[in-house]
Design a protein around this ligand. Structure first.
Ligand code: C2E
Ligand code: MG
Ligand code: MG
Ligand code: MG
Length: 284
């Protein structure tokens, strides 16, 4: 009996592995097609100065618009793109498009916005990364200073040695660097000092229970304090309530983004919303 059971368990395990593998393969095939058919879009979420409330930039976030399944969020395909290397093409598309978009907004008379683009671990390991970024900057005419490259804390930790060289190269280009999802990766701020970094983005998980959760409050306060001592600026992500924003302002955070201002939106929708809300073009 035990033997039979063992065999069944084995077969079950084997079948679910196969199911996962074939689902992954299907996603890969469909994603490859989506890249060819230009079914990927870039949405933009505002980033604001916490003291003045001014719009300072946007974060570019990829979306897959599938004719049958509708809008697919990045969490459902970025991991597959990472594993298969498709992230290189995907990432380059997002980068080029985001740079062209803010350059177009400049010409439309909007205030000069920074644009933040997420880089994956795979891209950090690409020896041609700096050349690719330079290409996107030259093609769009965007000043390097206005491009912010977001690298997650966990990518930085797992790629530490390679990332050191890459980050030095990025600094040489004149772009800004932000550490994304900070606080989830167990790195120490002292360690981060080795890297050329401009921004820390406090992960949403520390923001969501503010101001009530005392642990999160103290942690966020410590992050802001230590980051400032190291000459870094701090941006809080996932701000959803006025109480959270007030508390983060009180802590001395520098910037914020979150649903309280706006979710990520297609470019035209974002501009329409900002114009009606803030008279964006008049300020330009
Ligand atoms: P991320 O870079 O940390 O981006 C922030 C995520 O938080 C976005 O999810 C955004 O929609 C969400 N968010 C922003 N404000 C709020 C809020 O107030 N409340 C809540 N609940 N969520 C908020 P999204 O767009 O689904 O992206 C998820 C992740 O996928 C990103 O996390 C990033 O790691 C990855 N990703 C997105 N686009 C790209 C890309 O072009 N390249 C790479 N490599 N990764 C990307
Ligand atoms: Mg990000
Ligand atoms: Mg993040
Ligand atoms: Mg995240």
């Amino acid at each position: 009996l035990a033997k039979a059971e063992g065999r069944n368990t084995y077969r079950y395990y084997n079948q679910s592995l196969t199911a996962a593998a074939s689902e992954r393969l299907e996603t890969e095939t469909r994603l490859r097609r989506a890249l060819e058919l230009d079914h990927l879009e870039v949405f933009y979420q505002p980033q604001l100065d916490i003291t003045t409330g001014a719009l300072t930039g946007v974060e570019a976030l990829v979306r897959w618009r599938d004719p049958e399944q509708g809008l697919i969020p990045p969490d459902r395909f970025i991991p597959v793109a990472e594993e298969t290397g498709l992230i290189d093409r995907l990432g380059q598309q997002v980068l080029e498009r985001a740079c062209l978009q803010v350059a177009a907004w400049d010409r439309d008379g909007l205030p000069a916005l920074d644009v933040a683009v997420n880089l994956s671990a795979h891209q950090i390991g690409d020896p041609r990364l700096c050349a690719k970024i330079r290409h996107a900057l030259e093609r769009s005419g965007l000043a390097p200073r206005r491009l912010v490259l977001e690298i997650t804390e966990s990518t930085l930790m797992t790629q530490a040695e390679g990332a050191l060289g890459t980050l030095a190269g990025l600094k040489g280009l004149g772009v800004q660097v932000a550490i994304d999802d900070f606080g989830t990766g167990y790195s120490s701020l002292a360690y981060l000092k080795r890297f050329a970094i401009d921004w820390l983005k406090v992960d949403r998980c520390f923001v969501q229970d503010l101001p009530e959760d005392r642990n999160d409050a103290e942690l966020t306060q410590t992050i802001v304090y230590m980051a400032h001592n190291l000459g870094l600026r701090v941006l809080a992500e996932g701000v959803e309530t006025q109480a959270q924003l007030d508390f983060l302002t009180h802590l001395g955070c520098d910037g914020w983004q979150g649903f309280l201002c706006s979710p990520p939106l297609p470019p035209q929708e974002l501009v329409a919303r900002l114009e009606s809300r803030e008279g964006l073009r008049r300020r330009a």
